[in-house]
Design a protein around this ligand. Structure first.
Ligand code: C5P
Length: 224
């Protein structure tokens, strides 16, 4: 990592889960630890990029030199990302964004009782799809896909639908993959149709691999 191959590039990474509160003390969330996104931010920074890490709540410290923008909900992540993405060369959405939020957030704690309560949820905006629609010439957009079946095919559909350059697909049924573990087994799928099947490795190693390919994509865009 001595070569500062991402020097002068602005990289935005998202990480962690989001929390969708329905009263001041209760929320809907997911088990994302943020490890993959933080590893990506660290690698990008070591490679010389200006890195902004938009992160949901995690227990990890931001890597040195990375500017951390803490957010809680998907709507907060949406505004933080949409505001910054236009000036970024590379955007990697590794966050596990909540797909739904409660339609109302009670200002006072909902009293415990014996009766059933219903929480209605409404869809959150798909941040990555929005970035895909606004993608400018030369920008590299990378997404993640947690899949249980037909991994490559489903991930490829997401890549096309969201106008991405690369998607990192992981089989969340594999115990060495996915949420809150230190390792990940991923496949990298590209707009060109190429698929790279990586063996199980640490999330730090996955981050290094991802950036090897991101660098290639950036170079290709610059017409090297
Ligand atoms: O469509 P799906 O949620 O499986 O796609 C996952 C990818 O989309 C991830 O990169 C995730 O960060 C991003 N995403 C998003 N906004 C959402 C949901 C997912 O940016 N509301």
């Amino acid at each position: 990592l001595t070569e500062k191959s991402l020097k002068c590039l602005n990289v935005l990474v998202t990480a962690g889960p989001t929390r969708e509160f329905f009263d001041p003390v209760r929320f809907i969330s997911n088990p994302s630890s943020g490890k993959m996104g933080y590893a990506l931010a660290r690698v990008a920074s070591l490679k010389g990029a200006e890195v902004c890490l938009v992160s949901g709540p995690t227990h990890i410290e931001a890597p040195p030199g990375v500017s951390l923008i803490p957010v809680v909900s998907a709507l907060e992540m949406h505004s933080a990302v949409v505001e910054r993405a236009p000036r970024c060369d590379v955007v990697i959405m590794a966050a596990a964004v909540g797909d739904y939020r409660p339609d109302v957030q009670s200002e006072s704690k909902i009293k415990k009782g014996d009766k059933e309560i219903t929480i209605r949820v409404v869809p959150n905006p798909d941040i990555l799809a929005e970035l895909g629609r606004q993608k400018r010439e030369g920008q590299v957009l990378v997404g993640f896909a947690a899949e249980t079946d037909d991994i490559v095919e489903n991930a490829r559909l997401k890549l096309l639908k969201k106008n991405l350059d690369m998607i990192v697909a992981n089989d969340v049924r594999d115990p060495r993959s996915g949420f809150a573990v230190d390792t990940n087994r991923v496949k990298l799928i590209f707009g060109s149709g190429d698929v790279v099947d990586l063996p199980p490795m640490s999330k730090d190693e996955v981050a290094l691999k991802i950036f090897d390919y991101v660098e290639e994509l950036v170079k290709r865009r610059e017409g090297f």
